[in-house]
Design a binder for this molecule. Structure first.
Ligand SMILES: C[S@@+](CC[C@H](N)C(=O)[O-])C[C@H]1O[C@@H](n2cnc3c(N)ncnc32)[C@H](O)[C@@H]1O
Length: 214
């Protein structure tokens, strides 16, 4: 069941004010490393700031969020973004309204993203989702995760939402059987629309599922 506290990003999605800014650097860096027309799953996609550049690069993106405001903002942004670089056709993104605690992907993907969302799930659901992300990644495919940790208490306005803060470096343990492409632990001062300033301790992981030896 969605939490009672209404997060600031809902209003920002409605206003198309891009609460989380431009695409993430690590996603842009992967654009050319993915296979052609890669299958991508963006979990908790928000307004599509990562889904859209991936789709523009010709990848086949499924974008999932439970927020109708987010998905409506994504639809508008996809129209604004125009066509795919690949074939000059309008962007095609599969948009799915779903709850991540229970979602079970039917397919396997070259890239699965959970950016800014794992810490919003109850710990058991969060952990089960990470296992499903790994399971539904093709050999040689990537997982990209950015999540808040418990190193600093969360800002009061979103504290009730942050049920699943990670332990520092916990992601490295969970991906101990994958190749770690990059891992960063850092503190972000995030300036959101409406003058909201948050300080977040973040762990960011780019990990690759080993491909079987030939
Ligand atoms: C902090 S925003 C990050 C959005 C996007 N990934 C980005 O990096 O810009 C978290 C997003 O996850 C979605 N979300 C949170 N909990 C969810 C859940 N249990 N199921 C589906 N979506 C969820 C929210 O609606 C919101 O759009």
């Amino acid at each position: 069941m969605p939490p009672a506290t209404k997060p600031f990003w809902e209003e920002a999605y409605r206003a198309d004010s891009r609460p989380f800014g431009p695409p993430s650097l690590e996603i842009l860096e992967l654009l050319d490393r993915l296979p052609r027309r890669a299958r991508v799953l963006d979990l908790g996609c928000g307004d599509g700031r990562n889904a859209i550049p991936l789709a523009r690069a010709g990848h086949r993106v499924t974008a999932v969020d439970r927020s109708r405001c987010a998905l409506a903002a994504l639809r508008r942004a996809a129209v604004r973004a125009g066509s795919s670089v690949e074939d000059e056709e309008p962007l095609v993104i599969e948009i799915v309204e779903a709850e991540l605690s229970t979602i079970c992907p039917l397919d396997d993907y070259d890239l699965v993203i959970a950016h800014g969302v794992l810490h919003l799930l109850p710990p058991r659901d969060r952990d089960a989702l990470v296992e499903r992300m790994k399971k539904h990644t093709r050999p040689g495919g990537w997982n990209v995760i950015a999540a808040f940790t418990n190193r600093i208490p969360p800002p009061p306005d979103i504290a009730p939402l942050c049920q699943g803060l990670l332990e520092e470096e916990d992601l490295l343990l969970r991906y101990g059987d994958w190749e770690i492409d990059s891992f960063r632990s850092y503190t972000l001062e995030d300036r959101h629309p409406g003058g909201i300033i948050h300080t977040h301790p973040i762990n960011k992981l780019v990990a690759r599922r080993p491909a079987p030896a030939l």
